[in-house]
Design a protein around this ligand. Structure first.
Ligand code: HEM
Length: 427
């Protein structure tokens, strides 16, 4: 396991490979965690992603019956999956040799490999990370209070978010420290877990852990480009390429080079560096773009983080949005099954963070006062996107499906102590 515990960030950045693991509720059970302890994990985690399909809008083509893993049937169904191994390296060869080594260890330990997904970052000509539709990605991440030195932090118009939104056992954005999942103290023979203050018979299994949301999201890149071609007459720009870029940016909510969309700007501002430079994330919508003349209200990015634009006012909006942030750690993939995003989100409360985002913001037809408009890129059958414009607004119709859900799950990311405890459980 790769741990940051006693490594400086300089040493960490020199590491070539890293390994992490996360467990499903079935996995915890298989390791011997008793039911009374499992019950202290939140419902959505215990039920698993495929059982939450109604909430997540995973129906029709996206239904769990059709997933490659984590779905309702097949050899890699939700109930069969116990753990997720995440193997990282700087080259393909490094990852392959790490995978081979892990495979033989897994086999020795009596585990079977149910699914394997190779992923790789793709970069544009300036070295910035991009996703398959051609947009710079990984720009907007929540800043976490107490996590990094302030000098490394770029302003984002939102401010630092409480640690408890991402790690269990810390204060969250409600100024509360929710009880993390616990285990009976009697099982902690070696005394590796912290005691729970108000219940001495229990130990804190969840403290310093978190939850991972994993979704394999296939992107129809050709379909996306055909759509832009077919609808470019609605767009603004001097050439066809400019028009398609403009339209793509309005659907996503940022320019492909990562720059924010601002009212009155119909061409992307020039960007010289491959990295997000802080300025790219230091904006709100309330003051200058409440109606979405720059960044459409229903676009992906504005739905995923409405920042200061929600009613009744900017301050309350920021307070609300800070309770629904996720840490995105997705990586692109491309293989014989297609191309897409291997979406990974870290959050302390799956229902209030990831699920809320998906259900109440991305898939909600009435979001931001719209009528029957959904996330134009992420939602199946989003229908249309309204682009306010003077003298007349424009309406992009016929948005079908650019992203298809192929598999996923909810995982518990244990702390090192919790792993130690779990590894010692009698089973
Ligand atoms: C194929 C799948 C997806 C693609 C290609 C994609 C692409 C992008 C891109 C290009 C950005 C802008 C860059 C940035 O701000 O870092 C972005 C931002 C974001 N996306 Fe996605 N996304 C996908 C799925 C999702 C899903 C499923 C969710 C949540 C349920 C999500 C949540 C977010 C959030 C929270 C932001 C940051 C918004 C902000 O803080 O301004 N994305 N996405």
């Amino acid at each position: 396991m790769t741990t940051a515990a006693d490594k400086s960030s300089e040493q960490l950045s020199r590491w070539k490979t890293s390994l992490n693991l996360a467990l499903t509720s079935e996995g915890l059970k298989a390791l011997g965690l008793p039911a009374e302890a499992l019950e202290t994990f939140p419902t959505e985690f215990r039920e698993g992603m495929s059982s939450r399909a109604d909430i997540l809008g995973d129906s029709d083509e996206n239904a769990p019956e059709r997933w490659e893993f984590g779905g309702t049937s097949g050899p890699a169904s939700q109930d069969e999956i116990h753990l997720l191994l995440m193997l990282y390296g700087t080259t393909e060869a490094e990852v392959s040799s790490l995978a081979d080594a892990q495979r033989s260890r897994l086999a020795e330990g009596g585990l079977r490999e149910l699914a394997f997904q190779r992923t790789a970052r793709i970069r544009d000509d300036k070295g910035g990370v991009v996703e398959h539709f051609g947009f710079r990605d990984g720009i907007s991440q929540p800043r976490i209070e107490g996590f990094r030195e302030a000098k490394h932090e770029a302003p984002d118009g939102v401010g630092a978010i409480k640690m408890g939104e991402f790690l269990l056992g810390y204060e969250n954005e409600y100024a509360e420290v929710p009880d993390p999942p616990v285990a009976p103290a009697a099982l902690d023979v070696e005394g590796v877990l912290a005691a729970q203050e108000h219940r001495p018979d229990w130990k804190e299994l969840g403290r310093n852990g978190s939850y991972l949301v994993v979704r394999k999201l296939q992107q129809d890149v050709d379909g996306f480009h055909h759509f832009l071609e077919a609808h470019k007459s609605l767009a603004v720009g001097e050439t066809d390429e400019h028009k398609k870029q403009w339209l793509a940016a309005k659907l996503m909510g940022r320019w492909p080079n990562g720059a924010p969309l601002r009212p009155g700007e119909d061409v992307p501002p020039h960007r010289s560096s491959g990295r997000g430079n802080g300025h790219d994330n230091n904006f709100g919508f309330n003051e200058k773009d409440q109606d979405g003349y720059g960044c459409p209200v229903a676009s992906h990015v504005r739905r995923a983080n409405p920042r200061d634009a929600l009613p009744p006012n900017a301050q309350m909006s920021l307070q609300a949005t800070r309770r629904h942030r996720i840490l995105r750690r997705g990586i692109t993939y491309s293989d014989e099954s297609g191309k897409g995003m291997f979406f990974i989100a870290v959050n302390a409360n799956i229902a209030r963070q990831f699920e809320f985002l998906q259900q109440t913001w991305l898939n909600n037809g009435k979001f931001g006062g719209r009528y029957d408009e959904r996330d134009p890129l992420m939602t199946h059958g989003a229908g249309r996107l309204t682009l306010p414009r003077q003298p007349l607004r424009r309406c992009v119709e016929g948005i079908e499906r650019f992203v298809t859900m192929k598999g996923g799950g909810y995982f518990f990311l244990p702390s090192i102590r919790a792993l130690d405890f779990l590894a010692r459980l009698p089973y």
